[in-house]
Design a protein around this ligand. Structure first.
Ligand SMILES: [Zn+2]
Length: 208
């Protein structure tokens, strides 16, 4: 494999998600942990997601959170700190995908900045098996975060949550009025999780 082939796979998914209307214009960000594991590659800020290419990524060091390498003066995605929190806390997460789907924006639980996050029950639909959960009618709750204007605050709240809930079994979180952030052991697994999350949110939005 190697980092360049990982990046090629993210470019392919970016086009697919753009066509699905999950990443309008420059919205959303996709990343993968590098083969050497000490860093991750993330989409550069301000790039149109329907026209992404292999040079539109920057490499971020996980221990210092600073940029290691880039091309053409690219800047990291505005939401890099959220990816950083997840890579830092979950050693098995090797790819993180964040999109803005319509249904994820229709779900609204009226979170407040004071609470920061809340666990929200999700319906036990068949599609949950895509998360590797095979229990019949499981009681699952997804971590849902307040959409702080300052992204670092969302990232810090996610870190706080993952510290407090090391047993969290779902491979995603939702930022309210914004979109899901989904992870997996591989890009393929993260993509499978994201498709299942998108369907789950369609179900939840219809139930409202
Ligand atoms: Zn976003």
């Amino acid at each position: 494999m190697g980092d360049q082939s990982f990046i090629g796979e993210l470019v392919r998914l970016s086009q697919l998600y753009y066509q699905r209307q999950w990443m309008f214009a420059t919205a959303g960000n996709l990343s993968v942990r590098s083969e050497k594991k000490h860093s991750f590659w993330i989409t550069a800020s301000g790039k149109h997601k329907g026209e992404l290419n292999n040079n539109d990524f920057v490499e971020i060091d996980i221990s210092s959170e600073s940029m290691i390498s880039t091309t053409d003066g690219n800047k990291p995605s505005a939401e890099t700190s959220i990816h950083h929190s997840i890579y830092n806390h979950l050693p098995d997460a090797n790819s993180i995908l964040h999109v803005h789907t319509l249904e994820s924006n229709l779900l609204n639980f009226q979170l407040t900045p004071e609470e920061g996050y809340r666990l929200i029950p999700i319906p036990p639909v068949e599609m949950i098996k895509a998360f590797g959960i095979w229990t019949e009618r499981p009681n699952l709750q997804m971590a849902t975060f307040y959409n702080f204007g300052e992204v670092k605050k969302i990232a810090d709240t996610i870190s706080l949550f993952l510290n407090k809930h090391p047993d969290y079994s779902l491979p995603f979180v939702l930022v309210e009025e914004h979109g899901p952030t989904v992870w997996g052991k591989t890009i393929t697994e993260a993509n499978r999780h994201l498709e299942a999350v998108a369907f789950l949110f369609q179900v939840m939005a219809h139930h409202k």
